[in-house]
Design a protein around this ligand. Structure first.
Ligand code: DLL
Length: 436
């Protein structure tokens, strides 16, 4: 793999500024953001008033902990536009969650917000090793989802040659990679696996393709999966994180030269880690739930938003801004099986360490009797896998899961292609337990 480290003089000066400089900027911006939210969004006025705090109470960054949290249901309760802090006419873009599990969550951006978003995504793409003139295959979905259009904004800001292929029509994805010869690909890790399968179906070796870097996010993925993808494509694989409530992709990004967690673009998004049960800040470096406060957003300021994503904060390395460790999972995706907490990423890790199995999987939960049961559906890597090898794989995988997670699970090895494929975010858990 080529060294794609960006030249130091191409970075934004704030990326390598001193911690003092970053903190001073954050404090100035945080004061503005709290005041802006309080003055312009009735929800924030009420929530601050109810908690007995006022924007003027913020004298120090640590004072933020006095302010109340914002949660997903607050956004739903204010559907569609009541969380906006500017007149609707000044909103240049609206995105929304799919709303398959309830009221969609709607977010808005002024033109300045879009410019800022473009600049943090450009920064992220540069951290991945891309520069002006490089070609990008953007396979994140275009539409209300922030992935496609968010990456596109940053790609334009950086000066890439981008084609908005979006997700789906997998044969065409491979065809265009082969014909156009892009340097970078932006895609969910799970969909990249479908693209990989399609390379094989077309008789092409992905290691021979033009791609030098893949920028993966929108769902949890493990370092074991990174190795698998890097090996399969002979390219770098880096992690990009974000959520629509805070902006979209580009809230934090891993640097290609270090691949050691994601630098949070702290000049725009202020992170905290809290204990998800008590809501109290955890000690530095401890794991917990990630909480964000926007520092510059005009249309949709967000104060202490509980992401439900679990991670820890680490000091800066390749950039001065703090890093977040790869997200282990969402607290909502945590399965509690017979008293043990299980994340799909743990299953992914075990799967990757098992010979003969493809990296696709789905977890099915059921309750045949009084006890919950978990079945991992995975599939053979090779269509001609013998029954003996299948049984050996089942044995290895169940032993690994027992050893690392501490639970016994059922394992089903389907034929190649037997696990449902995603064209965006993978559905990892199918919950067939009766609702109680
Ligand atoms: O998924 C934004 C995005 C698009 C990020 C493209 C990266 C690339 P939402 O649809 O609002 O936004 O979903 C946000 O997805 O709270 C996490 O649970 C999860 N997520 C996003 N990026 C990562 C990542 C986009 N790199 C939710 N690792 C977040 C783990 C991620 N989980």
């Amino acid at each position: 793999m080529k060294d794609l480290t960006p030249a130091r003089n191409t970075l934004d000066s704030i990326e390598i500024a001193s911690r003092d400089e970053i903190a001073a900027l954050q404090l100035k911006r945080m004061k503005w953001s709290l005041r802006h939210a309080y003055d312009n969004v009735p929800f924030y006025k009420k929530s601050f008033d109810d908690a007995g705090v006022h924007p003027d109470d913020l004298n120090d960054l640590s004072d933020l902990a006095k302010f109340p949290f914002t949660v997903k249901t607050d956004l739903r309760d204010n559907y569609p536009f009541k969380m906006f802090a500017v007149p609707r006419e000044q909103v240049a873009r609206i995105h929304a969650s799919s709303g398959t599990t309830g009221q969609p969550t709607v977010v808005g951006y002024t033109q300045t917000d879009l410019d800022n978003w473009g600049s943090v995504v450009a920064r992220s793409l540069r951290a991945a090793g891309l520069k002006a003139g490089d070609m990008l295959h953007n396979a994140y979905g275009y539409g209300l989802f922030t992935g496609g259009l968010g990456i596109h904004l940053g790609a334009d800001a950086l000066g890439l040659s981008t084609y908005p292929i979006s997700g789906g029509m997998t044969p065409r994805q491979v065809r265009l990679i082969d014909d156009f010869k892009p340097k970078g690909i932006t895609v969910t890790p799970s969909y990249s696996l479908s693209i990989l399968d399609e390379f094989a179906a077309q008789g092409l070796d992905p290691r021979d393709c033009s791609l030098e870097v893949g920028i993966f996010g929108a769902e949890p993925w493990t370092n074991a999966m990174r190795q698998e993808i890097e090996q399969a494509f002979d390219m770098h694989a880096v992690d990009i994180y974000g959520l629509s409530e805070v902006m979209g992709p580009g809230v934090s990004m891993e640097c290609v030269e270090t691949k050691d967690g994601l630098h949070i673009w702290e000049d725009h998004f202020f992170p905290e880690i809290i204990n998800p049960e008590t809501g109290e800040p955890v000690a530095e470096g401890e794991q917990g739930e990630l909480v964000f406060t926007s520092l510059t957003k005009e249309a949709f300021p967000i104060i202490r938003y509980r992401t439900r994503d679990l991670t820890r904060l680490l000091p800066g390395t390749a950039r001065s801004m703090r890093r977040m460790e790869k997200v282990t999972g969402r607290s909502d995706d945590m399965i509690i099986l017979r008293g043990v907490n299980v994340f799909p990423t743990q299953i992914e890790e075990a799967l990757m360490a098992t010979k003969g199995l493809a990296p696709h999987f789905q977890i099915e939960l059921s309750r045949p009797g009084r006890m919950d049961q978990m079945q991992v559906l995975c599939e053979c890597a090779d269509a001609n896998m013998s029954d003996k090898d299948r049984q050996a794989a089942v044995k290895t995988l169940s032993a690994l899961i027992k050893q690392t997670v501490g639970i016994s699970v059922k394992i089903e090895v389907a034929d190649a292609g037997g696990v449902a494929r995603s064209e965006g975010k993978a559905v990892r858990i199918v919950d067939n337990r009766p609702k109680d």
